[in-house]
Design a protein around this ligand. Structure first.
Ligand code: BTN
Length: 332
């Protein structure tokens, strides 16, 4: 279902629909009810953003090659959502989309607003780590305001990891898996991470910022060599680039579908489990207080990882998990 497009989206839409001919400035200005100068300014903005648009004073404008960037009007053109991504804040470069999204959430913006950037200069990972976020990846944060108790906020990380893994498997030939609680792996290497941050009162969530980072269209060589055995990118795995606009659209649509089922969490969990890297494995879990070794065998309805340690069942809500093999423990 297509929602009403604002003027920028409509200009872009018309350019796309008429790629086989020139559209005159007059035709555009009549169709959209704006001046020809406004049209000309917007065309220049698109050119600066990397679009190749031919123009001639006599015949008008023709879109030759779109740019591979994440302009809000590009994402919204074919976005089939009701809540998520209806408002898009875009940066070419930003410190961290999560930081911007948290400020916006605190100032009261609408649920579903997303903050997206081509590049992050101080991308944030979990536990205060840096998250490398170069050009060509997807760095996006989504503001949600679910009517749930703060103790259930981890559900947002589950729906985000599910949305990412489904989008990767839809748009690439890569078989990604979810490593509890918030990483996505291809083979044993990390391809994506999620950072969920929360603003809450004791018994009520005010906002969640779900930050998702996906190593998409750039080569592994961007990362320091010391990370090459731990991290990968979809491009490195397949040798192919994926439309980032399409990736974001599918990701937001998947996220919204799962978000609407947040109160039927069992359904989400069943699907999540089918992509799990962690379940059924012997793991070493470090939750800052202790290190335990056991078999990760299930996820409880409240999001806890259930681990059998000797004959006891232990529940974990956070922690660093790595696979455990007798004698050593791998990076994953
Ligand atoms: C992790 O792997 O530790 C979590 C990484 C989360 C990265 C994303 S990229 C978009 C959003 N903005 C940030 O600064 N971090 C998240």
């Amino acid at each position: 279902m297509k929602k009403s497009l604002d003027r920028r989206e409509r200009v872009l839409d018309l350019l796309y629909q008429n790629q086989d001919r020139y559209l005159s400035g007059e035709e555009l200005s009549n169709k959209l009810g704006v001046s020809r100068t406004s049209i000309w300014k917007y065309i220049n903005y698109l050119r600066e953003a990397g679009y190749q648009i031919e123009s001639s004073s006599k015949v008008g404008y023709q879109l030759i090659t779109p740019a591979d960037n994440l302009l809000p009007e590009e994402i919204k053109r074919n976005l089939d959502t009701e809540i998520i991504g209806r408002e898009i804040i875009y940066y070419k470069e930003v410190d961290s989309t999560n930081n911007v999204a948290k400020k916006l959430a605190q100032s009261g913006v609408k649920e579903g607003t997303i903050v997206i950037a081509e590049e992050q200069k101080s991308g944030k990972g979990r536990l205060g780590r840096e998250f490398c976020s170069p050009l060509g990846g997807i760095w996006v944060s989504c503001i949600l305001r679910p009517d749930i108790k703060p103790t259930l906020a981890t559900r947002a990380t589950y729906i985000a990891s599910l949305a990412i893994v489904k989008t990767i498997s839809k748009l690439s030939a890569v078989d990604a898996k979810i490593k509890w609680p918030n990483d996505l792996l291809v083979g044993d290497k990390k391809v994506s991470g999620i950072l969920t941050e929360m603003g809450a009162e004791l018994d009520r969530v005010d906002y969640l910022v779900v930050g998702m980072g996906i190593n998409l269209n750039f080569p592994i060589e961007i990362f320091d060599e010391s990370l090459h055995n731990k991290v990968t990118t979809i491009y490195t795995e397949t040798g192919k680039k994926i439309s980032r606009v399409e990736f974001v659209q599918d990701l937001l649509e998947e996220l919204e579908m799962s978000y609407k089922k947040l109160n039927n969490f069992q359904d989400i969990l069943e699907e999540w489990k089918s992509y799990s890297y962690t379940l059924g494995r012997t793991v070493k879990l470090d939750n800052n207080k202790e290190e335990i070794i056991g078999e990760a065998f299930d996820i409880a309805e409240d999001g806890a990882l259930l681990v059998k340690v000797d004959n006891e069942i232990r529940r974990f809500y956070s922690g660093e998990v790595s696979l455990y093999h007798q004698g050593f423990s791998s990076g994953n």
